[in-house]
Write a protein that binds this ligand. Structure first.
Ligand code: ADP
Ligand code: MG
Length: 643
C-alpha cells in the first residue's frame, strides 16, 4: 500500500516523503477504516484524504464549512491536473448541476460540499449514482456542540452514510479537546473508534502573557526588537486593525491590515503583499489566517483576549512554521476580562430577538413563507437594521446564529469573480458569429483564451477583457449579458454587495425551530471556553505551554523554559523536581495555618534548608505566597496546581 501512496504523493504533489502521521492515516483510510486525524494547522491534513482518493477507484466527497477554503482547494487540485468541483449554497444553479453531473458520470476525483447541501433531495438522489471512495470531513470539530465552532448542519453528515454504506469516513481537525474527540466519532457513527494524533506541542514556539495597560508601547518594543522574519498582530475590532497598522507604519515598521469587511480584491492584495514580504506585519482580525502557510512568521501578538484557547492556539500557531524559534505574546490589561465577558453576552442575543430578526428578514427581502430556498439576495446589514430599528451588532449576531443553524448563509462583499460557461454547441455559436459580426471577435477571444470554457465555468475579469479587446468594461458586461439572454452561455457576474442566501425556504415564525435547551447548552460551553482563556492569563504559576497542552488533554508535559512564567522560574537554581516538591509541601502546610519561615525551612525531607529558603524567596518575590511582618508564610491562593 505504502509504496503506491508514496508514488501518488510524489506524482501529484511533488513531495518526496510523508509528514508525521500522514502515512499511518493514509494506510488506515485505504484499508477502509473510519479514522479521526488530529494534526496541527499546517500539519498537512489535506494530503490525508487526497492521497487515498487518488490511489483508489472513484471519487472523494469532502465536507468543509468555508466556501473560500473550498474554492481554494479545488483550484489547487485543478492546477495539479486533478478533476475537482465544489457545491455550496448560493452558487449558480447551473454550475451546481454541472458539478452533480460530472460527479455522477465519474468525471471527478473530488467533490467538495458545504454540509447543508449534503442532505438536500437533489444530493441524495445524485449520490446514489456516484462512485464514492471516501467521505472526508474537514474541520470536523464543527460537529460538536462542545467545540468552539459548532455548526448544526454538520450533525446531519452521518445521515448520508446509509447511502454509501461501505465508504469509510475520515474526520480531520487541528483542535479538539478530549470530549470533542469522542463526540466527533459518535456523531459520525464511527464503526470503530480510531484516532491518529500528533502532539500539540510546538517546541519552537514560546507562548507568553504580558500584563500591561500600555499595549501600543509593548507592541512597538516587541517589533523593534524583531530582527528578521514577519509578524501578525491580532485584534478583535476591525477599525483598530487600521489604526494599529498606521501607528506601526508611522514608527518605521511596515505594516498593513486585513479584516472581513474589506473588498475581496483588497484582501487578496494585502495577503499577497504580506506573503511576499512587501509588508512585514499584518494587523488583522481573526478573519485572517485560514489556509495561510507562511514559513517565516517570528512573532504573533494578540492585543485582545481571544474567545477560546482553541482559537488562540490556532492563531498563535501561525508562528514558526519553518520550525525555527518564534515568539507569541498575549497582551492583557485590566479591562480585557470585562470586555470579553460583555462581547460574549452580546454574541448570544435572546432567542426572542433572533426570531424577530428572522421574521423581519423575510419581510425585508420580500420572501413569502414557504419559498425562497436557495435564493440569493444583495444584503446590507446596516440598512436592514435601521429599517427595523434593530441594534446592528445584535442583528449581526442573530444572523450569525441563524447561519450556524443552517437557515441562511451570509457572505461578505462577495469574493466570487465573474464566471462564464459557454453551453452552446460550437456550430450554433459559429452561426451566430457569422450573423452577428460584432460578437465574432469577442467570442473568438473567449474560446481562444479560456480553454475550459466549453466544459465548465471559468473566472473572467471584465476589466482585463476590456483592455485586451479595447472596449469599455461596461460593453463587456453588456455583451456577456446578451449572450446569456440568448442562452449561448451562462454569465454569473461578480457581486460587490454582501450576499445573503436562504439555505432553506422561509419558515413561518412558529416553525422556526430554535431549541431553548440547545441554545442554553451552547451558551454554557462558550462560557466555559472564555473562562479557560481567563484562567490561562491569570495563571502565572504554570508554564504557558504546559497549560495549553493540558487543555487539549496532554498532561505531564515538561515546562518550556522560555515563556513568561518559566523565565521567572528560571532564576531559581534548584531543579524542577526539587522546586515542585518544596512548593507542594509549603502549600500543604499553609493550607491549615500560617507557617513560620524557620519551621518551613526544615520541613522538606531530603532538601537542604538553603534550597528551601531559595524557593520561599522566589515564591514571595513573585507574589505567590506572602510573608507577614512576624515571619509567617501564608498562601495567596488556595489553588494547588500540579505542573
Ligand atoms: P492543514 O489542513 O493541516 O492545516 P494543509 O493540508 O493545508 O494543512 O497543508 C499545509 C501545507 O503543507 C501545504 O502547503 C501542503 O502542500 C504542505 N504539505 C502537506 N504534506 C506535505 C508533505 N508530505 N511534504 C511537504 N509538504 C507537505
Ligand atoms: Mg486544512
Amino acid at each position: 500500500m505504502s509504496k503506491v501512496s508514496r508514488t501518488a504523493l510524489l506524482k501529484y504533489w511533488g513531495f518526496s516523503s510523508f509528514r508525521p502521521m500522514q502515512e499511518e492515516i493514509v494506510d488506515h483510510v485505504i484499508a477502509g477504516e473510519d479514522t479521526l486525524a488530529l494534526l496541527p494547522t499546517g500539519g498537512g491534513k489535506s494530503i490525508c484524504f487526497q492521497v487515498p482518493a487518488m490511489v483508489m477507484d472513484g471519487m472523494c466527497l469532502v465536507i468543509t464549512p468555508l466556501i473560500a477554503l473550498m474554492k481554494d482547494q479545488v483550484q489547487h487540485l485543478k492546477k495539479n491536473g486533478i478533476a475537482a468541483a465544489a457545491i455550496y449554497s448560493g452558487m449558480h444553479y447551473q454550475e451546481m448541476e454541472l458539478a452533480y453531473n460530472q460527479a455522477a458520470f465519474n468525471k471527478l476525483k473530488f467533490l467538495y460540499l458545504s454540509p447543508e447541501r449534503l442532505v438536500t433531495d437533489r444530493f441524495i438522489d445524485m449520490v446514489k449514482r456516484m462512485k464514492v471512495n471516501l467521505l472526508a470531513v474537514d474541520e470536523s470539530h464543527c460537529i460538536s456542540q462542545w467545540g468552539y465552532d459548532f455548526r448544526p448542519p454538520y450533525l446531519r453528515i452521518a445521515e448520508i452514510r446509509p447511502y454509501i454504506p461501505d465508504v469509510p469516513v475520515l474526520a480531520l481537525t487541528a483542535t479538539a479537546t478530549p470530549e470533542v474527540v469522542k463526540d466527533i466519532q459518535e456523531k459520525l457513527h464511527f464503526r470503530m473508534p480510531q484516532v491518529f494524533q500528533t502532539s500539540y506541542e510546538r517546541k519552537n514556539i514560546t507562548y507568553s502573557v504580558i500584563h500591561n495597560a500600555d499595549k501600543y508601547g509593548v507592541l512597538f518594543r516587541l517589533f523593534r526588537k524583531l530582527e528578521q522574519g514577519s509578524g501578525i498582530v491580532y485584534v478583535r475590532n476591525r477599525k483598530r486593525t487600521r489604526e494599529i497598522a498606521d501607528w506601526l507604519t508611522g514608527r518605521g515598521i511596515s505594516a498593513t491590515y486585513y479584516h472581513a469587511g474589506l473588498d475581496a480584491r483588497l484582501r487578496d492584495q494585502r495577503q499577497q503583499s504580506w506573503m511576499s514580504g512587501k509588508f512585514r506585519v499584518m494587523v488583522a482580525t481573526n478573519a485572517f489566517g485560514m489556509g495561510i502557510d507562511k514559513p517565516d512568521v517570528r512573532l504573533v501578538v494578540h492585543m485582545d483576549l481571544p474567545d477560546s484557547l482553541e482559537a488562540y492556539f490556532q492563531e498563535a500557531g501561525r508562528a514558526g512554521r519553518d520550525g525555527k524559534q518564534a515568539q507569541t505574546f498575549l497582551i492583557v490589561s485590566e479591562m480585557d476580562v470585562k470586555n470579553l465577558k460583555e462581547s460574549f453576552e452580546a454574541s448570544f442575543p435572546p432567542l426572542k430577538q433572533i426570531r424577530s430578526v428572522y421574521e423581519a428578514l423575510g419581510n425585508f427581502l420580500q420572501i413569502p413563507v414557504g419559498t425562497g430556498k436557495d435564493q440569493r439576495f444583495d444584503f446590507e446589514l446596516v440598512k436592514f437594521s435601521k429599517t427595523y430599528n434593530f441594534d446592528v451588532l445584535e442583528t449581526y449576531n442573530s444572523l450569525r446564529l441563524l447561519e450556524k443553524e443552517g437557515f441562511l448563509a451570509m457572505s461578505e462583499a462577495e469574493n466570487a469573480a465573474t464566471k462564464v460557461f459557454i453551453k452552446a454547441k460550437r456550430e450554433d455559436l459559429y452561426r451566430f458569429q457569422v450573423e452577428q459580426p460584432a460578437y465574432d471577435g469577442f467570442i473568438k477571444y473567449l474560446l481562444r483564451n479560456f480553454p475550459g470554457i466549453l466544459s465548465d465555468f471559468v473566472p473572467v475579469d471584465e476589466m482585463q477583457l476590456a483592455s485586451k479587446l479595447q472596449i469599455l468594461p461596461q460593453q463587456v458586461s453588456t455583451m456577456l449579458q446578451k449572450l446569456h439572454d440568448l442562452q449561448f452561455l451562462f454569465y454569473s457576474p461578480r457581486k460587490e454587495i454582501p450576499q445573503l442566501v436562504m439555505v432553506s425556504e422561509r419558515l413561518a415564525s412558529k416553525d422556526l425551530r430554535l431549541s431553548n435547551e440547545v441554545y442554553a447548552d451552547r451558551k454554557k460551553s462558550a462560557a466555559k471556553r472564555i473562562q479557560a482563556v481567563i484562567d490561562f492569563v491569570r495563571n502565572d504559576e504554570v508554564c504557558r505551554s504546559v497549560q495549553l497542552l493540558a487543555y487539549f488533554g496532554e498532561t505531564h508535559r515538561k515546562r518550556c523554559g522560555k515563556c513568561d512564567v518559566c523565565i521567572k522560574r528560571n532564576s531559581v537554581s534548584v531543579s524542577d523536581v526539587v522546586f515542585q516538591k518544596v512548593r507542594n509541601k509549603l502549600f500543604q502546610l499553609m493550607a491549615n495555618r500560617p507557617v513560620p519561615v524557620f519551621e518551613a525551612a526544615g520541613s522538606v525531607e531530603g532538601v537542604s534548608e538553603e534550597k528551601v529558603l531559595e524557593v520561599i524567596r522566589w515564591l514571595t518575590d513573585n507574589g505567590l505566597i506572602i510573608k507577614d511582618k512576624n515571619g509567617y508564610l501564608k498562601s495567596k491562593t488556595q489553588l494547588d496546581i500540579d505542573d
